[in-house]
Design a binder for this molecule. Structure first.
Ligand code: LCV
Length: 259
């Protein structure tokens, strides 16, 4: 495992993101490691998993690895995209996954955190939903993840501004569960993990799956889905999408033309 560290203490699995050079960007390689770690923990009866970064990080994760995004004419967040696979693996993991956050969280990493069952963050943490910053057409199930975590009004503000939101505000609007002082964060998170691990795993597994099915049960007609997919194609085929990716790589502010 190059980009993550693993530990299993009793029934508590811990996955630590550790790819500092890329600010824990969710590259295909890092995501593959996290997904296989979760599959391994499921086989070894980890009844709760903590997903964290190394202590002291400034950036918990910089989000999707932009260098792995297509430069246009292809859906950047299709079904097989690593980020999509990571979110689905967390959502279907047969036990609670707790995101323990310190540092800043960006883009697809915010969705990854919100796909976790419980989020516990240090006060200085922030969360920035960034598709509008890069010109990316976020995908439908990704928007559902955000909608399951916050009111549509809050999701709109996060998505339209792409501005980082503080842990305090995120907790106040119910997007995360707890804000805990940094020097207490690990103890508090492990304490909750032990409580969960001591409860009945089958009951918890079924309740987690029930909640996933029920929150995902949104009536979207085929016509409605096709319309949204068509709109997304307009975006990823646009000048603005290519400009957003190019500007990021050239380390300059993008100039969006609305076409
Ligand atoms: C690849 C990176 C990244 C990165 N990928 O350090 O949600 S969506 O739709 O937007 C979705 C598609 C998505 O998740 O897109 C990615 C969204 N992420 C972001 O917008 C965050 C982009 N990164 C930043 O704003 C800054 O890097 C932060 C604020 C995270 C850290 O700033 P800092 O000044 O500490 P640098 O910007 O200098 O970054 C250090 C190195 O990491 C690369 C970045 O290009 C730089 O590479 P070099 O050392 O080769 O110059 N890097 C940062 N983020 N998401 N690479």
């Amino acid at each position: 495992m190059e980009s993550i560290e693993l530990s299993l203490e009793g029934h508590i699995g811990i996955i630590t993101l550790n790819s500092p050079k890329k600010l824990n960007a969710l590259s295909h390689a890092l995501v593959e490691e996290v997904v296989s770690a979760l599959r391994n923990f499921a086989e070894r009866d980890a009844r709760v998993v903590i997903l964290r970064a190394r202590p002291g990080v400034k950036v918990w994760s910089a989000g999707h690895d932009v260098s792995e995004l297509p430069e246009g004419r292809r859906d950047p967040l299709g079904w097989d995209d690593p980020l999509r696979n990571l979110v689905r693996t967390i959502e279907t993991y047969p036990a609670p996954v707790i995101a323990m956050i310190e540092g800043t969280v960006w883009g697809g990493a915010v969705e990854t955190v919100l796909a976790c069952d419980i989020v516990i963050a240090a006060p200085a943490s922030t969360f920035a939903v960034t598709p509008a910053r890069l010109g990316v057409p976020y995908n439908v199930s990704g928007m559902m993840t955000f909608m399951s975590a916050a009111s549509v009004r809050v999701v709109k503000e996060l998505a339209f501004t792409a501005a980082p939101v503080s842990a305090e505000r995120a907790e106040r609007v119910g997007m995360i569960n707890h804000v805990v002082e940094l020097d207490e964060l690990e103890k508090f998170t492990l304490g909750m993990a032990h409580t969960i691990a001591d409860n009945a795993p089958l009951s918890i597994r079924v309740m987690k799956e029930q909640l996933r099915v029920l929150t995902g049960a949104k009536p979207v007609s085929p016509r409605g889905f096709e319309k949204v997919q068509g709109l997304r194609r307009v975006v990823y085929d646009s000048y603005d999408y290519a400009e957003g990716i190019r500007a990021f790589k050239e380390k300059r502010r993008p100039k969006y033309l609305g076409r």
